[in-house]
Design a binder for this molecule. Structure first.
Ligand code: AMP
Ligand code: GLY
Length: 424
C-alpha cells in the first residue's frame, strides 16, 4: 500500500520511521517532510495546510492511506476533503477536530458531559479576565481559545504577571483571532501525563503512557513550549489509573462526541493532571503528541499500518497494540530563542556519528539542508531518542548522544525524567 504522512516535525519522522518497517507499506511519502524524513520516505513539496493540493496528490498517486501529523490541516477540514473524494485518511473530521481547535468548545463540552477538568470561565475582554482570575486566585491559568502551537497558555503567579498576560491577549493581541476569547481556569496541582488513544469513532485503543516536559527550562521553569522531552512509560501511572482514565475520561469523550454528531476518529490525546481528586483533563489534542510520539514509536512492537487503516474506515476488529517492556526517552535539541524567535541557520555537526545504532534514533524536526550541510531551521531542531531496560538507561544513552551533536545555539533541558527517577 502507498502511504502519505503529512507534516514535517519529529513526530512525522517517528511515524515514517515506524511505517517504513511495515511489510505492507510499498511506497511511503511525506509532505512536506524534512531532511531526516528524506532518509525513509519520498518528500512531496506540498505544505501541510494546502489541503486541496494534498488531496489532488493522494488521488493522482492512488495513496491507500493518509496519516495527518499536525493539528492545522485537521482543523482546516483535510479529512472532510479526502472523504469527499473517496480517499482513506486517518484523522478526525473538522467538526470533531474542534476538541483541539477551540479550547472554549472543549471546556464547555467537558462540562456538558461531566468529564473532570479544571473549573473555568470564558473572558471576552480584559475586565472579564481580571474578574475571573480574582475568583480563582494565584496561580491562575489563561489560555487562548484557538490554536497557538502549544504556546497560548500562560500561568501568572502574581498580579504583575497577570497584568502582562492580559495585555498580551487583549492589547497586544499576540494570538490574533485565536485570542478573542480566553479561557481562565483554576490551576491544578499534580503530575502531568499524556494519555493517547487511537479511535475508530466509537472505540478507544490506548497507547502506552508517556510523560512530556512542556516548560522550556529545567525544573519546569520558563515559558510553555510544544514539549522539550518525553519518556514512555510515564512513571507515576499504573493499570488502575489507566482503567479510571478510560472509564471517566476517554469513553465519555467518545460517547459525548458521538451524541453531538461529531463522531471521533483519529488520535485522541488527553493531557491529564493526576490530582488528589483523580485525573483531570488539561487539554485535548486530536493528533499524536510531539515529542510523545517519538518514544512511543520506539517502544511499539506491532505494525502500525493495519491499526490506522482499520480506524480510518471506522472499525477496530481484534487488533491490539503491543509495546516493549523497555523504556524509551527523548530529549529535544532546540535553538536559542525558542519558543519566541529561534536563531536559524547554524550548521549541525555530529549527526553521522549516531547513525545505525540499535535502539538509538535522532528524529529531525526543524532542520534543512544547505549544500551538503544540515542546518538548524526551526525552534525544535532534533529529537534524540533511545531505549533501555530502565528509564535511567534510556536517559543515559540519550544524554550521551546529545553531547555528540553540536551547533552554536543548541539548547536542551538537562532534567528530563529526573523527578520520575528520584521518585522511583
Ligand atoms: P494546554 O495546552 O491546555 O495543555 O496547556 C499547556 C500546559 O499548561 C499544560 O501541559 C500544563 O503544563 C499547563 N496547564 C494547562 N492548564 C493547566 C491547569 N489548569 N493547571 C495547571 N497547569 C495547567
Ligand atoms: N507535546 C504536547 C503536544 O503535542 O501538544
Amino acid at each position: 500500500m502507498k502511504v502519505l504522512v503529512i507534516g514535517s516535525g519529529g513526530r512525522e519522522h517517528a511515524l515514517c520511521w515506524k511505517l517504513r518497517q511495515s511489510p505492507r507499506v510499498t511506497e511511503l511519502y511525506c509532505a512536506p517532510g524534512n531532511p531526516g524524513i528524506a532518509q525513509v520516505a519520498d518528500l512531496v513539496p506540498i505544505p501541510a495546510d494546502e489541503i486541496h493540493q494534498l488531496a489532488d496528490f493522494a488521488a493522482d498517486l492512488k495513496i491507500g492511506l493518509t496519516v495527518v501529523g499536525p493539528e492545522l490541516p485537521l482543523t482546516l477540514g483535510i479529512v472532510d476533503e479526502f472523504h469527499n473524494r473517496g480517499l482513506h485518511i486517518f484523522g478526525p473530521q473538522q467538526k470533531a477536530a474542534e476538541l483541539e481547535g477551540s479550547k472554549v468548545f472543549s471546556k464547555e463540552f467537558m462540562k456538558r458531559h461531566g468529564i473532570p477538568t479544571a473549573d473555568f470561565g470564558i473572558a471576552h475582554d480584559a475586565e472579564e479576565a481580571r474578574t475571573l482570575a480574582a475568583k480563582f486566585g494565584f496561580p491562575v491559568v489563561l489560555k487562548a481559545d484557538g490554536l497557538a502551537a502549544g504556546k497560548g497558555v500562560i500561568l501568572p503567579k502574581n498580579q504583575e504577571e497577570l497584568d502582562a498576560a492580559i495585555a498580551l491577549f487583549f492589547d497586544q493581541r499576540r494570538f490574533g483571532a485565536a485570542g478573542n476569547r480566553v479561557v481562565v481556569e483554576e490551576c491544578l496541582v499534580g503530575e502531568e501525563v499524556s494519555f493517547t488513544s487511537l479511535c475508530d469513532g466509537r472505540h478507544p485503543l490506548p497507547l502506552a503512557t508517556c510523560k512530556d516536559y512542556k516548560r522550556l527550562l529545567d525544573n519546569d521553569e520558563g515559558p510553555n513550549t510544544g514539549g522539550m522531552g518525553a519518556h514512555s512509560p510515564a512513571g507515576s501511572f499504573d493499570k488502575n489509573l489507566g482503567a479510571q482514565v478510560l472509564e471517566e475520561i476517554v469513553r465519555p469523550t467518545l460517547a459525548g462526541m458521538a451524541m453531538e454528531n461529531r463522531d471521533f476518529t483519529g488520535v485522541l490525546y488527553t493531557g491529564l493532571m493526576i490530582t488528589d481528586d483523580g485525573p483531570k483533563v488539561l487539554e485535548y489534542n486530536v493528533r499524536f503528541g510531539d515529542p510523545e510520539t517519538q518514544p512511543l514509536m520506539m517502544r511499539m512492537n506491532t505494525d502500525l499500518l493495519p491499526i490506522l487503516e482499520q480506524a480510518a474506515v471506522g472499525r477496530f476488529e481484534t487488533l491490539r497494540m503491543g509495546f516493549r517492556k523497555e523504556h524509551a526517552a527523548c530529549v529535544v535539541l532546540a535553538s536559542k530563542g525558542y519558543p519566541e524567535k529561534p536563531i536559524k541557520g547554524d550548521p549541525i555537526e555530529g549527526l553521522e556519528k549516531l547513525l545505525g545504532q540499535e535502539g538509538l534514533e535522532v528524529f529531525h524536526a526543524g532542520t534543512a539542508t544547505k549544500g551538503n550541510a544540515v542546518v538548524a531551521a526551526g525552534g525544535r531542531v532534533l529529537n534524540v531518542c533511545a531505549t533501555g531496560p530502565h528509564l535511567r538507561d534510556a536517559l543515559k544513552r540519550v544524554y550521551s548522544a546529545s553531547t555528540q551533536i553540536q551547533w552554536p545555539n543548541k539548547i536542551l533541558r538537562t532534567d528530563i525524567g529526573r523527578r520520575v527517577l528520584q521518585g522511583s
